[in-house]
Design a protein. Structure first.
Lengths: 111, 110
């Protein structure tokens, strides 16, 4: 199956700092999502981005499908950005799609 | 518009018991997937239901079974619980490829 590697595994920032999270995957995919899991366990959709670049407020993401990686940028980080960020990738076929998750990047933002 | 809901939020069971977890999908979604998330890991796919049939299954034993009802809600059943079944169980619903997750059920097996 597809292997998904996320880096760094852990990140500690001061409020206001910027950061880049990386997701590498081992095979061609046509689906890629970034999620934020808050401290209570809720997975929140950030981006559906199988290719190209998207921005949503202080967050943006870029996927270079041909080189099998995606980047999530967090600018001017806030304490509420703390949590675990997951990349999930896969191939949809016949209407069915089963994402494979990485192990996540754990982010702590200090005030 | 209600998102994905799951019940119960927390559950404590003992080894050998059976458990049923419930999920109501986001309005308009017809596909429900279940995931197990162990501490410090990413979610692992258990199975997916579409039109009341199991469409795909991950690498989980037959102790894990499920059901989807005509209103698209779903249940996950786990028999003969093991200590290693302790985890966060997540339900996700979708209409196309984008999956939306519920808040999860935390299961502790003692």
């Amino acid at each position: 199956g597809i292997q998904v590697e996320q880096s760094p595994p852990d990140l500690i920032l001061q409020e206001g700092a910027n950061s880049t999270l990386r997701c590498n995957f081992s095979d061609s995919v046509n689906n890629l999502q970034w999620f934020h899991q808050n401290p209570w366990g809720q997975l929140i959709n950030l981006f559906y981005i199988p290719s190209g670049t998207k921005q949503n407020g202080r967050l943006s993401a870029t996927t270079v499908a041909t080189e099998r990686y995606s980047l999530l940028y967090i600018s001017s980080s806030q304490t509420t950005d703390s949590g675990v960020y997951f990349c999930a990738v896969g191939v949809s076929s016949g209407g069915s799609y089963i994402p494979t998750f990485g192990r996540g990047t754990s982010l702590i933002v200090h005030p | 518009d209600a998102g994905v809901t799951q019940s119960p939020t927390h559950l404590i069971k003992t080894r050998g018991q059976q458990v049923t977890l419930r999920c109501s999908p986001k309005s308009g979604h017809d596909t429900v997937s279940w995931y197990q998330q162990a501490l410090g890991q990413g979610p692992q796919f258990i199975f997916q239901y579409y039109e009341e049939e199991e469409r795909q299954r991950g690498n989980f034993p037959d102790r894990f079974s499920g059901h989807q009802f005509p209103n698209y809600s779903s249940e996950l059943n786990v028999n003969a619980l093991l200590l290693g079944d302790s985890a966060l169980y997540l339900c996700a619903s979708s209409l196309s490829v984008t999956q939306y997750f519920g808040p999860g059920t935390r299961l502790l097996v003692l």
